[in-house]
Every structure is written in structure tokens, then in C-alpha cells.
Design a protein around this ligand. Structure first.
Ligand SMILES: [Zn+2]
Length: 470
């Protein structure tokens, strides 16, 4: 489901009074009196206490704050028997820029204190990504021994194209014949020129399947978009594989009924509505639907996933000052130099962009104020603008988004957009995360990524709520 993409934002309206759309307070199982709003202890190595921190620093502390909150909402004995104590063999599909892998890396450090250092441990065994530029990013990010498979469809042959006469159920019924097997060798972009196969099956999978499909769902609950074949292939791989917990991400228009129809006999499926403001990034709109699948044979769900997720996001809302755009803007000499270099060629708006800008300003009748942002990659006549008073967020990022700040006469640059999506794109953010290097994906890529904080929060909750049957 497409999100409105021509927002403008008035940051003066952002901070406080529109916090009501986080309605967890109405539903929390905890009394307010009972609610422990004391500031959390933050490990020394991640910096000073929250009361002295600006919003962006608190946003980037989501792994530690979420772990802290979990420690308050669940008993030590629960946590120590949970799936947080395991070592996981992790696969991802439609891996993009490796948001899930980064989130797990962060959780590994942040959640260790909950289990007495027993876990969790995440061994990344395979990613799967077809797009060459993203494959290149993954090669720089993932461990050397992690395979980067090229194409999920290599594991299938002779699947028919979708057509008027073949709907997705027709394709699904052909899967057993088309599937070549879990253990087959496949092209791998990490170990070039070789056909790789997994030494052992993964037991945790995180995948964000192609989202374009779900805006074209027909009334019969079927899609005529051929990209649904990729989703079906992934679902079949999951069904026949050995993953015990699976996290699936898609846009909020995703119809989870299809997951239930295909997999609920094998998996307990829990679906969460997830927003970046749950982990401190109110500034960006990116509503997503995350489904967590627990394999019934192996995993017992011992806590209410919805409830634990709500408690965690409420604790984070209590502790975090949601950062505004100002805090994401680069101000260092180095950052501005980068911006200057990057934007030099495009500082002057093209005629088309100038036309869009004019239309935005005419349509919106928004006063030209500080921190208004327009997406000049989108024709405002096709995507009417919305004001920030309604959304409180920047335009949602898409592949190729060009966010223009008229008052500053510049674009939001790569490092800023990457930071909004939870990537440690500058030195201070890298230090907050405690990761070894800066990661600043290009803005043409970042618009298709999972938000790092969102996928991390969901993974933490999923593992905490489950335990092995064995
Ligand atoms: Zn390989």
C-alpha cells in the first residue's frame, strides 16, 4: 500500500502534543502508578545518561533502552529460558542493505546482559539479494563466510507466469514439483565464481519480501503481479526448511491472510504494526507490518508478543526524547563538505523539480517556514501533499526520493537519510551504536531498506517471548 509521499513538515509542530497517536497508554496492562518511569541505566560504554542526551542520541540507543525495558517487563527466569539465550544460524532473503543483520549485531551486545552473557548469538550464514548494487553493499558488511546468494528463484524451475488463468494458488500448487531442494548449490556473490551450498540449515530467518505486490491485490485475494511468485518461493522455502522463528516484513497494506493460509498449520503467526517512532524515530514515516512465525513443532510461545511489544515501545516512548529534523542535519565541517560535494551538481533545481516545488507551494498553501521538506521526486499532482500537523513525519523514503529543504536551499544528503533509517552514518552515531565502522548507504538505496530499529525491536520481542520445546 503506498504511503503519501509529498509531505511537508513543520518541525515546530512535531515534538510534543501529537504524541497521542501512540495510544499504548490507553491499553497498557500496567497502572501508571506502577509504571517505572525512572531513567534506565545505560551502560557506561555507550555514553552519558539520557537526561543529558539530545533526541538523536537517545534514538540511536534503542538497542540498550529496549533491552533495559525488557529486563523490567520480564522476569530474569523468563529471559534465561527464552530464545534469547540461543545461538542462531541466521538467513535473510530480499536482504537489501543488511538492516536485519545490523540490527542483530546490535542486539547481540545490548541483550547479553539480560541472559547473564549466555546469548543471544547470531551467526549470519546467508543473505539473498538480486540487485547488484545492494550485493556490493552486503559484501562490505557481512562476514566473509556468510554466503550472499543471488536469486531465490534458482531453487525453483519451470514455474508458470501469473496470468488470468493462473492465480497465486495455482502457482503454489506447483511448488512441490518446481522446488529443487533446500540443499542445492546456488550462485553466491560473496564467494565469487562458485556455486555455494549451506553447511547446515539456518534456524532464524528475517525477510522483507517485495512490497509492490500488495497494492495490486485483487478482490479475490489474489495478485496479478508476477512479483508475488518471489513471495511464494520464499514461503515455500520457509515451509520446507528448518527455521524455527521467521520474521517477515512488508508494507502496512500486506495481507497477512496469505501467510496464514500458506503457513499457519506449521507456524504460529503473530502480526505487529510497527512504526519508527516505536524506537525513537518519530521524524520518519515508515509504517510496516511485521509477522513473526514460530514453528509449532520446535517453539513454544510463552508470552504475549503484542503485549510485550507494546510494553517495550511504551517504555521507549517514556524514556526517549523524539529527535527532530534539526538533530539529523549534518553540521560538522566534514558533513557539510560531503553535502557540498554531493549536492554541487544538483544544487540547482531542474526545470521539472522547480515545477514540482512551485506546485507543492501552491497546493499546500504552507507558509515558507523553517524545515519544510518536499519530495521533489514525486509529482505533487499525482501525490497530494499532506502537512506535518497531520503526520508529524518526513515524506516516506522511497527508492530515489529527493527531499528538498527550500529554506536551506539544499537536499537532505545521504548521511542524513541513512541516519533517519537507523544506520550509523556518521562518527558520533557509530560511537553510539558501538559498531566498528560508519555505514552510509546511498540515498538511492536507503529508501527500500528496513528501518534498523524497527526490525531490531521486533526481533528482540520475538526471541524474548519464545522458548525451545526441547
Ligand atoms: Zn558462498
Amino acid at each position: 500500500m503506498s504511503q503519501p509521499c509529498g509531505h511537508v513538515i513543520d518541525l515546530d509542530a512535531l515534538n510534543d502534543d501529537d504524541a497521542s497517536d501512540m495510544d499504548v497508554s490507553q491499553h497498557s496492562v500496567m497502572d501508571v502508578d506502577e509504571m517505572d518511569v525512572e531513567e534506565p541505566d545505560i551502560p557506561q560504554h555507550v555514553g552519558p545518561g539520557p537526561d543529558t542526551l539530545p533526541g538523536i542520541m537517545q534514538a540511536f540507543r534503542w538497542p540498550y533502552l529496549a533491552a533495559q525495558a525488557l529486563g523490567r517487563h520480564m522476569l530474569p527466569a523468563q529471559l534465561q529460558r527464552s530464545c534469547l539465550t540461543r545461538t542462531w544460524r541466521v538467513s535473510t532473503h530480499f536482504s537489501g542493505l543488511g538492516s536485519a543483520e545490523l540490527a542483530l549485531q546490535l542486539l547481540e551486545h545490548a541483550a547479553a546482559g539480560l541472559t547473564g552473557g549466555v546469548g543471544p548469538q547470531f551467526n549470519l550464514v546467508s543473505a539473498c539479494e538480486k540487485q547488484p548494487s545492494r550485493q556490493r553493499v552486503l559484501r562490505t558488511r557481512l562476514p566473509q563466510d556468510c554466503h550472499i546468494f543471488d536469486d531465490i528463484m534458482e531453487r525453483f524451475r519451470d514455474l508458470p507466469e501469473l496470468s488470468e488463468t493462473v492465480d497465486w494458488r495455482g502457482i503454489w500448487s506447483r511448488m512441490p514439483d518446481a522446488f529443487l531442494g533446500q540443499g542445492i548449490a546456488a550462485r553466491c556473490r560473496q564467494h565469487l565464481h562458485s556455486q555455494c551450498r549451506l553447511a547446515a540449515p539456518p534456524d532464524l530467518d528475517i525477510s522483507g519480501s517485495p512490497c509492490q505486490v500488495w497494492s495490486s491485490m485483487g478482490s479475490r485475494g489474489g495478485s496479478q503481479d508476477n512479483r508475488i511468485v518471489l513471495f511464494l518461493a520464499w514461503a515455500y522455502l520457509i515451509r520446507t526448511g528448518e527455521c524455527k522463528i521467521i520474521i517477515h516484513e512488508n508494507v502496512s497494506g500486506f495481507k497477512e491472510g496469505i501467510l496464514l493460509e500458506l503457513l499457519s498449520d506449521t507456524f504460529e503467526v503473530v502480526t505487529l504494526e510497527v512504526h519508527p517512532w516505536h524506537c525513537g524515530f518519530r521524524i520518519i514515516a515508515r509504517p510496516r507490518k511485521y509477522s513473526v512465525l514460530f514453528r509449532r513443532r520446535n517453539i513454544e510461545v510463552v508470552s504475549d508478543v503484542h503485549e510485550v511489544y507494546r510494553q517495550l515501545s511504551q517504555s521507549l516512548a517514556d524514556w526517549q526524547k523524539q529527535p527532530d529534523l534539526e538533530e539529523f542535519l549534518l553540521t560538522s565541517e566534514q558533513g557539510l563538505l560531503q553535502e557540498e560535494n554531493q549536492a554541487r551538481a544538483s544544487k540547482k533545481l531542474t526545470d521539472k523539480q522547480r515545477g514540482y516545488l512551485q506546485k507543492y507551494q501552491e497546493q499546500g498553501a504552507v507558509r515558507q517556514t523553517r524545515n519544510v521538506v518536499y519530495d521533489l521526486s514525486q509529482n505533487p499532482e499525482k501525490r497530494p501533499i499532506q502537512t506535518s500537523q497531520q503526520t508529524g513525519s518526513l515524506p516516506c523514503l522511497r527508492s530515489g526520493s529527493l527531499l528538498w529543504m527550500p529554506d536551506r536551499r539544499r537536499w537532505l544528503v545521504d548521511a542524513e537519510l541513512a541516519a533517519l533509517m537507523g544506520f550509523p552514518s556518521s562518527e558520533p552515531l557509530k560511537n553510539l551504536y558501538g559498531v566498528p565502522d560508519i555505514f552510509c548507504p546511498a540515498r538511492s538505496q536507503v529508501g527500500t531498506a528496513m528501518h534498523v530499529g524497527c526490525v531490531g525491536l521486533v526481533a528482540l520481542v520475538a526471541l524474548a517471548c519464545a522458548r525451545d520445546r526441547s
